[in-house]
Design a protein around this ligand. Structure first.
Ligand code: BES
Ligand code: MN
Ligand code: ZN
Length: 498
């Protein structure tokens, strides 16, 4: 979806397929909602009286306007009274949902809406208008969506809308990567996407490490996962050097798990629902598109994005339970369960990020079923080795809508990670604390740097589709780092913006 700004024109007369207006309290219509109601001789008020119109965030009603307005229909969306960006985003998503077959929307927020609220509304429409139709050949079965939004507001500038569009594009591109089946999205084609971003965006350099280079680097953990697959593994490296750098001593290291298909390997998964494991690269998608977005917006923090990509397949060459492998940093790992593959490929990627100069680490991964049991699809699990850095990531989650809830690490969990034969085991014998176990394992590879881990297994895929979880958090995190440092003083012990 593309948006554009129209300040001069009367929104009620704007030629579009649908007019979007907002209400906080249906009993007190104001702004464009009240003006539209007047032209429609009170039908919106009537809908409110009949209880069809609810001002709560994400509620929406469609009203037909005939010839009385520039658009034949009006979507009235509730934004609630709290005024939070998340509420306005929910309103935008609901508007896109309710807009039916409309392709052009005129968006008319009230005059007192803030820049953040208008941006959130447009962002919500953009992500709400997402469709995945790449593999449908029947045009008639493709569900139409809003393609263009004309925004009538004095609260935003054209540059604000361009930034919203870039954000929506990045989130939706991450969803495309997730939703693309694994025979089309392989480690190689994922790397092609990253390379494409590198060609397109100033200051973004992309290199792709292939099998021979991975062997030279000793990336034994990543290579062990790839052994059973006919698709060659890669490690995608994206480096963004900003023109203006707000924190010259800071390099944000983003790491994203990209298992383009996870069968479980020799410890094979049950077949029911296995098709969803094409989305086991959601962390990698968020990191690629998130880093691309940071670079496209020219945010002033140097960013290094590392995405280890492979399939996890069973075959005659595949890694077997009981095998011991050596990770890039020299740590030996007993493979107790070949389905605990994400932590293995992340181990080498974290080592590589630290060696390439990252000063702060954040990894995103669809890592454990246990985090889905714990937090469902609302909050990602947030683990961190440094209090201030963890609060910084959590605050970015709150402000962006990519929510993350703190989970514990503690030395008393360490026995879970031990192996009788090697330095570490990749899976515990017990099922308890599965998400914590995975995080404790990753921590071993973070070289003492401030590090956070987001387990997005529950938030990254919902109802069989990718969500793009993490992209907006990355943008908010980098914006926050640029605005108020790494948060080492202000944020200690207290989440900001909560
Ligand atoms: N990719 C899965 C985690 C997952 C499960 C993501 C369901 C999304 C939906 C991961 O590789 C995995 O298989 N984890 C195992 C670890 C176990 C073998 C220690 C799990 O969570 O069961
Ligand atoms: Mn697995
Ligand atoms: Zn996996």
């Amino acid at each position: 979806m593309k948006s554009r700004l129209r300040r001069s024109a009367d929104p009620l007369a704007a030629k579009a397929d649908v007019l979007v207006v907002t209400v906080s309290d249906p009993k007190r219509l104001d702004g464009p909602a009240a003006a539209a109601d007047k032209k429609l001789r009170g039908v919106i008020e009537l809908a409110a009286k009949n209880g069809e119109l609810d001002g709560s965030p994400g509620s929406a009603t469609l009203v037909h306007a005939g010839e009385r307005l520039g658009s034949p229909r009006v979507v009235v969306v509730g934004v609630g009274e709290a005024g939070s960006a998340e509420d306005w985003r929910a309103a935008g998503r609901a508007a896109a949902e309710e807009a039916g077959r409309a392709r052009r929307a005129a968006v008319a927020p009230p005059d007192d809406a803030t820049k953040d609220q208008v941006c959130a509304l447009v962002e919500g429409i953009g992500v709400g208008a997402y469709r995945f139709d790449d593999f449908r050949t029947d045009e008639a079965k493709k569900k139409p969506a809003i393609e263009r939004a004309t925004v009538h507001s004095a609260a935003v500038r054209a540059a604000d809308l361009a930034s919203v569009d870039a954000t929506v594009d990045a989130v939706n591109a991450a969803r495309d990567l997730c939703n693309t089946p694994a025979n089309h999205l392989t480690p190689t084609t994922l790397a092609d996407r990253a390379r494409g971003l590198g060609k397109e965006i100033d200051g973004l350099k992309v290199t792709v490490l292939e099998r021979r280079q991975l062997q030279r680097l000793g990336a034994g953990a990543l290579l062990s996962v790839a052994r059973g697959s006919a698709e060659p593994p890669v490690m995608i490296v994206m480096r963004y050097t900003p023109k203006q750098n707000a924190k010259p001593d800071t390099v944000l290291g983003l790491v994203g798990k990209a298992v383009t298909f996870d069968t479980g390997g020799i410890s094979i998964k049950p077949s029911s629902g296995m098709e969803e494991m094409k989305m086991d690269m959601g962390g990698g998608a968020a990191v690629i598109e998130g880093a691309g977005l940071v670079a496209r917006l020219g945010l002033p923090i140097e960013t290094l994005a590392i995405v280890p990509a492979t399939e996890n397949m069973p075959d005659g060459a595949a890694t077997k339970p009981g095998d011991v492998i050596t990770a890039m940093n020299g740590t030996t790992i007993e493979i107790v369960n070949t389905d605990a593959e994400g932590r293995l490929i992340l181990a080498d990627a974290l080592t590589h990020a630290a060696r390439e100069g990252a000063t702060h680490l954040l990894d995103l991964a669809t890592l454990t079923g246990a985090i889905i049991v714990a937090l469902g699809s609302v909050y990602s699990g947030l683990f961190g080795s440094d209090e201030a850095w963890t609060q910084e990531v959590r605050a970015a989650g709150e402000s962006s809508g990519d929510l993350a809830w703190p989970m514990p690490l503690h030395p008393r969990y360490d026995p879970l990670v031990r192996s009788p034969v090697a330095d570490l085991a990749n899976a515990a014998k017990k099922r308890e604390a599965g998400a914590v176990y995975a995080a404790q394992f990753l921590r071993e590879f973070t070289e003492g740097l401030p590090w956070c881990h987001l387990d997005i297994a529950g938030t990254g895929m919902v109802d069989g589709a990718g969500t793009g979880a993490g992209v907006r958090l990355i943008k908010a995190l980098v914006a926050g780092m640029a605005a108020h440092g790494e948060g080492h003083d202000a944020a200690v012990g207290r989440p900001r913006d909560l």
